[in-house]
Design a protein around this ligand. Structure first.
Ligand SMILES: [Zn+2]
Length: 472
């Protein structure tokens, strides 16, 4: 029996939790310092906190995707006596048992595991040769006036005025240098919270347009597919949109083994870096379906070097702009590069999922754990915008996006307001935007009717079959 391809995308979180400090080479006196050391199977994180505080919260505290429980208790053990780590609101919080300030030195023992999070980066990627890539952002801490303060903090803390500083992390491997920023280095220091640091020997393979770090256990055909497709799609985007965040990304791929009856692919993107993890017996042999899916995945993640990194969204509630937009970028690029690609089925899936998930406000889907709504409804909105672009100028999705990206290159933020203003200019009034805003802000008990009306407005062909919207 063939299993469906399980895809796990974590890029929704990109920059949503961006800390307030700009990266700088100097030492920030407010930044927590931490040394992460690997000594064979023993992993230790030693913190030196910059100030006394009643509690410290991990800025990134997403739940595990499957269990919907905090992941840290299963991977991080506090070894400092008199201190506990507990869940408060949306955050993992550290406090002293006696109610006093948290000791300035904290020690955690780490047991890295392959575990997917809800809309955040996997804490660790495990390679079959024993190499482990650790995500730096999960080490960032912020001080709280009390542990209780965390109870009332929102999921998206963009508007919350709290001091946040990226941790200054020193990475040490007793076995030798680590791979950081494309180079093997001894005890490098990271400052931005947006890196994967590789402990171990997996090789970095360099080529003019791409660097890869591929698990030696990964089925060989997948690595070849990636190496061939990634530069093509990046070139296509650059041709249509101008320069993106990087000219030469690194793609890091881990292999979680040939688990029976499974075919799974997960991943995410960071500045200059795409992360992927494959698993399952059904990806071992070459197939068109898995190849298409791998290409689509790289297409989506590479799109974020433009839509997500050259320009990012303002708030995580606006991630429909970057996720749905990247989905449509990937589909259009695929159609161009791989003519056998079935774009209609891919679009149909977006329409179906958007209708399913838009019964509640799409903009708040993250608070319901329904991140898929951003991809699906965002792609439907992009498709409608593309429809207007086609009608007015004969152009396509990239022609809609390019001026939006160019206008925001300087401040780096593409706001919802800017996106809708571009749509209004093409559509001539605000009725189309109003329908989209209904789905975003209120949701609809009859989302199918609203989505069908949007398709009508955008001139997208479909028919109704037993109340279901079928693209034609
Ligand atoms: Zn994405």
């Amino acid at each position: 029996m063939r299993s469906p391809i399980v895809t796990i995308l974590a890029s929704a979180a990109i920059l949503a939790w961006c800390a307030t400090t700009a990266p700088s080479a100097g030492r920030d006196p407010n930044a927590p310092e931490v040394t992460v050391t690997r000594d064979g199977d023993l992993w230790i994180a030693d913190y030196v906190l910059p100030a006394d505080a009643a509690a410290w919260a991990f800025i990134r505290s997403a739940l595990a995707r499957e269990s919907r429980q905090p992941w840290r208790p299963g991977q991080w053990t506090l070894e400092t006596p008199g201190v506990v780590m507990e869940r408060r609101g949306h955050l993992d919080v550290v406090r002293a048992l006696d109610g006093g300030p948290v000791p300035r030195r904290l020690k955690f023992r780490l047991s890295p595991k392959a575990e997917d999070l809800q809309a955040d980066y996997d804490p660790a990627l495990m390679f079959t040769d024993g190499s482990v890539a650790m995500f730096s952002g999960h080490f960032d801490l912020m001080p709280l006036v009390s542990a209780e303060q965390a109870d009332s903090l929102p999921l998206d803390m963009k508007d919350v005025d709290l001091p946040r500083f990226n941790a200054r992390i020193t990475w040490r491997d007793r076995a030798g240098p680590v791979l950081f920023g494309g180079e093997r280095r001894r005890n490098p220091v990271s400052l931005t919270g947006t890196d994967y640091v590789l402990f171990g020997r997996t090789a970095l393979v360099d080529s003019p347009r791409l660097a890869t770090v591929i698990d030696p256990g990964l089925p060989g055909w997948i690595g070849s597919e990636i190496g061939e497709f990634a530069p093509k799609v990046a070139d296509y985007y650059a041709r249509r949109l101008g320069p993106g965040q990087t000219d030469k990304p690194t793609i890091m791929v881990s292999w979680n083994g040939p688990t029976p009856h499974l075919r799974s692919m997960g991943g995410s993107v960071l500045p200059g870096l795409i992360i992927m993890a494959f698993e399952g017996d059904n990806v071992v042999e070459p197939s068109n379906e898995v190849a298409d899916h791998t290409r689509w995945f790289i297409g989506h993640e590479s799109a974020h070097f433009w839509l997500g990194q050259t320009v990012r969204y303002e708030r995580s509630r606006d991630s429909w702009i970057t996720e749905g937009g990247s989905d449509l970028m990937a589909m259009r690029a695929m159609s161009e590069i791989s003519p056998s690609y079935d774009v209609r089925s891919a679009l149909q899936e977006e329409v179906d999922d958007c209708i399913d998930l838009a019964d509640a406000p799409v903009a708040e889907a993250n608070s319901r754990g329904e991140h898929r709504a951003y991809y699906a409804c965002g792609a439907v909105f992009a498709l409608v915008a593309e429809g207007f672009q086609k009608r007015v100028t004969g152009g396509d999705w990239f022609d809609f996006l390019k001026p939006l990206i160019d206008a925001s290159r300087e401040d780096g933020v593409l706001t919802r307001q800017e996106w809708f203003e571009a749509l209004d200019r093409l559509s001539g009034d605000t009725t189309v935007r109003a329908d989209m805003e209904t789905l975003l802000d209120r949701g609809s008990g009859d989302a199918a009717t609203l989505v069908a009306r949007l398709l009508d407005e955008g001139g997208i062909g479909y028919r109704l079959e037993d109340g279901k919207v079928r693209l034609t």
